[in-house]
Design a binder for this molecule. Sequence first.
Ligand code: HEC
Length: 134
Amino acid sequence: MRSAAAFVLAMLGLSITGPATAEEHELGEELYTRYCAACHGETGGGGGDMQNFLDIHMPNLRTMAQRNDGVFPLLETIHIIDGRSGIRAHGGPMPLWGDVFMTENVEERGFYGSVLETRGRVLSLALYLESIQE
Ligand code: HEC
């Protein structure tokens, strides 16, 4: 079941190799500025304001493709941002955004609406990161 879901997502990743629309970019960028820039920096290059307070290295999100043989790891990025699949070791310093987005939306949108909103946000963020690769 799990691998079937991963397969569908991988297919989705393959089918969206064309440029994303302007609206999609704007949404991902807006979410990035709001939730991520404090640690990963305005441009994704690292060194956000929080770097001064936290004694951990914030990775450069613009070189993810470079560090992966030139291919942006879309599916892994989705899992890392969501944080709930356990693909990254638990207890890492980055918040589990899947939980954060679910909690923010569940009251207003109900459970199903909240699941959809969360998936949409995580995907928009991952596509935005893909668009800023060097
Ligand atoms: C509190 C600081 C903090 C915030 C806020 C934060 N991150 Fe992170 N992020 C980290 C740290 C530290 C790491 C490296 C450790 C790890 O992978 O867990 C990381 C790792 C990552 C990675 C893996 C990078 C790689 O090269 O392997 C991605 C992708 C990522 N963050 C995306 C995001 C996105 C998208 C947001 C906003 C929704 C965000 N982060 C918000 C601290 C943060």
